[in-house]
Design a protein around this ligand. Structure first.
Ligand code: ZN
Length: 608
């Protein structure tokens, strides 16, 4: 290469280097201008917020309880202190809504078996997903109530259970073996679906504990789906079942032993046993509220647009629902990381941005959502009544569990929801913080509600840890320096988005063919169920781009009511029916679209 030419190359390289160095210096200086290089986020304030929200006094902030209300009041007071405006139809920053928090027994629940009235809670107990009403019929003993073609095992093979009360044992022929081949057929809802599909009037679970009061069946426990199972469902104590059956010639202990030894179905028709059941279950509706506040932008054109910065403030209380703790003793689940950390983040970002530290062009909505643990209900409520119209909401930033940064790596979900994200964030991140992008805009937290409405989303998450959904998720374990780093990035991102022109473009994340979790079924459709939606069937909050469901024409808002010839009453039915399908099969899925029933042919794919 000629020397003079070489000299010129060197000069250009030196200039380029100087230029980059200058650019980095400018960004750093700008950041320094915004806080002297030091983070604008106050550790002291974060600590104060997390310790209060995760204190035993707030009793785990279960939505609809006094503890959650105290948290909401605290957040509202802070928003007011920072000078945020309520932004809604009322001066209050509370956005109230009601939700189904549980199921409880109605006034009268009665059961007679072979003309003997049984004692509620002592001899029998309705199951939370039972139909309510009056039901009569005769008894059929159907072994474990399992119909597993794949395992060549069918308790219903030689039985006609139409309009009958089907009595079934718990678990399977291998007992309660979590690693056994029958494990997936143990679920009460699965057995209820099977009995219903066979035409039974009611299913009666025979308890396996000698003392009914010790059994989980003697208590009304609700699962994540309040939709009923479309069949009457109750449990009976072992001593009572044993006694009643013996009077009608069936030795329950001998039959159980025979099944356990032969691993073959043993069933019996018991027409002499007349049964009458009156079931009354009530949905418990509770009131709660999101807490929202607005910081007005300054730009006359852009201030009508907004960025939403949000986090859920509720948690699982004493572990009534969703606890991963061993045992069932009620204990305060403090939820320091889940999600006092994200809520503290919303508060600190509101304080810093409201302090005028940066001149915002667009407005910012700060939202603390409730009832996230009950199915993203707060964010779903927000998108149904947004403070700023969703088409003017240029992005939503969600923080759920940002308190346990490990190895300086933060997970950034939703990175496929705008082409801007993977370019912008690496440029804004504080030194030393590593970003792990995950494209999917759907996911188990509040950003999912916005993504389903085509709003670009970012989801910050520092990962699961051994204290997740356990009483041990305490403030002392929060990595404060890590949380500040994450918040520094969110702060810079919010400031940039408030000025960014054009606004971030929305993109549907490429379908990653969601990886298979433990025990999940093999086939893949790409539907996103709308948990917490009270319908008969499974309502979809979205379908993944390019997925089998999308290819078959399924849409957000569709309600699945039938799949592979089986009625679908709730998300459990849907899971179990798909669990029996194989990749490559074409199944007929019937959806309700408005009033219209449409049948779609879906080619099932392999779940990766
Ligand atoms: Zn959470």
């Amino acid at each position: 290469m000629r020397q003079s030419f070489a000299k010129r190359i060197l000069l250009i390289a030196a200039l380029a280097l100087a230029g980059t160095w200058l650019a980095v210096a400018v960004i750093r200086a700008k950041r320094a201008g915004n806080g002297g290089g030091k983070s604008a986020i106050s550790s002291e304030a974060l600590t104060r917020h997390i310790h209060y929200l995760a204190s035993d006094e707030l009793a785990g902030r279960l939505a609809g309880t006094a503890g959650a209300e105290k948290a909401a009041a605290y957040i509202a007071r802070e928003f007011q202190r920072y000078g945020l405006s309520a932004g809604g139809p009322t001066p209050s920053s509370l956005q109230p809504f009601t939700f189904i928090a549980g199921i409880e027994l109605g006034a009268t629940n009665r059961l007679t078996v072979a003309n003997e009235p049984l004692e509620l809670k002592q001899d029998f107990m309705p199951v939370s997903f039972s139909l309510s009403g009056d039901f009569e019929g005769t008894a059929v003993f159907a072994g474990h109530g399992i119909s597993a073609a794949g395992l060549k095992y069918d308790d219903y093979q030689n039985l006609n259970v139409k309009d009958q009360f089907v009595f079934v044992l718990r678990y399977g022929p291998e007992g309660n073996n979590p690693h056994g081949q029958f494990q997936r057929y143990h679920a009460l809802r699965y057995k209820a679906l099977t009995a219903r599909e066979k035409g039974a009037r009611a299913i009666v679970f025979i308890d396996d504990e000698e003392q009914f009061s010790k059994s989980t069946l003697s208590k009304l426990r609700y699962d994540a789906d309040f939709a009923d199972s479309g069949i009457a469902a109750l449990s009976i104590s072992l001593p009572k079942a044993r006694e009643r059956f013996r009077l009608h010639g069936l030795d329950l202990d001998a039959v159980k032993k025979e099944i356990a030894q032969s691993k073959k179905p043993v069933v019996r028709d018991l027409p002499s046993i007349q049964i009458a059941f009156h079931g009354e279950l009530r949905k418990v509706v509770r009131a709660t509220a999101n807490v929202v506040g607005v910081l007005q932008g300054h730009d006359p054109n852009l201030k009508s647009e907004a960025i939403v910065i949000g986090a859920h403030y509720d948690h699982i209380g004493l572990g009534e629902m969703g606890s991963l703790a061993e045992g069932r003793t009620p204990q305060v689940h403090n939820g320091a990381d889940d999600n006092a950390s994200g809520t503290a983040g919303v508060l600190e970002l509101a304080r810093v941005l409201a302090s005028g530290q940066a001149r915002l062009s667009r407005s910012v909505v700060f939202a603390a959502f409730s009832a996230e643990e009950a199915g993203l209900l707060g964010s779903k409520h927000y998108v149904s009544a947004p403070l700023v119209p969703l088409d003017k909401t240029v992005a939503m930033i969600n923080m759920d569990m940002i308190g346990r940064l490990k190895d300086s790596r933060v997970i950034v979900g939703g990175s496929g929801s705008s082409p801007l994200w993977k370019d912008l964030l690496p440029r804004l991140k504080p030194e030393g913080l590593e970003l792990k992008f995950q494209d999917d805009g759907y996911g188990p937290s509040d950003h999912s509600s916005f993504y389903a409405k085509d709003v670009p989303v970012l989801f910050f998450f520092t990962g699961v840890h051994p204290d997740y959904h356990r009483p041990s998720d305490d403030p002392e374990k929060i990595n404060l320096a890590g949380t500040r780093q994450v918040l520094d990035l969110v702060l810079e991102t919010a400031k940039t988005l408030s000025q960014q022109e054009p606004r971030p473009q929305f993109s549907k994340a490429k379908d990653s063919g969601a990886p298979r979790g433990r025990g999940e079924f093999r086939v893949y459709l790409g539907t996103i169920p709308d948990y917490g939606e009270e319908v008969q069937g499974v309502k979809l909050s979205g379908v993944r781009e390019g997925s089998p469901a999308a290819k078959a024409g399924m849409k957000s808002g569709d309600i699945i009511v039938e799949c592979a010839g089986k009625q679908i009453k709730n998300v459990y039915d849907y899971t179990y029916v798909l669990g029996d399908r194989k990749p490559g099969e074409v199944v007929a899925v019937v959806v309700l679209r408005g009033q219209e029933r449409t049948t779609l042919q879906v080619l099932l794919e392999e779940r990766k």
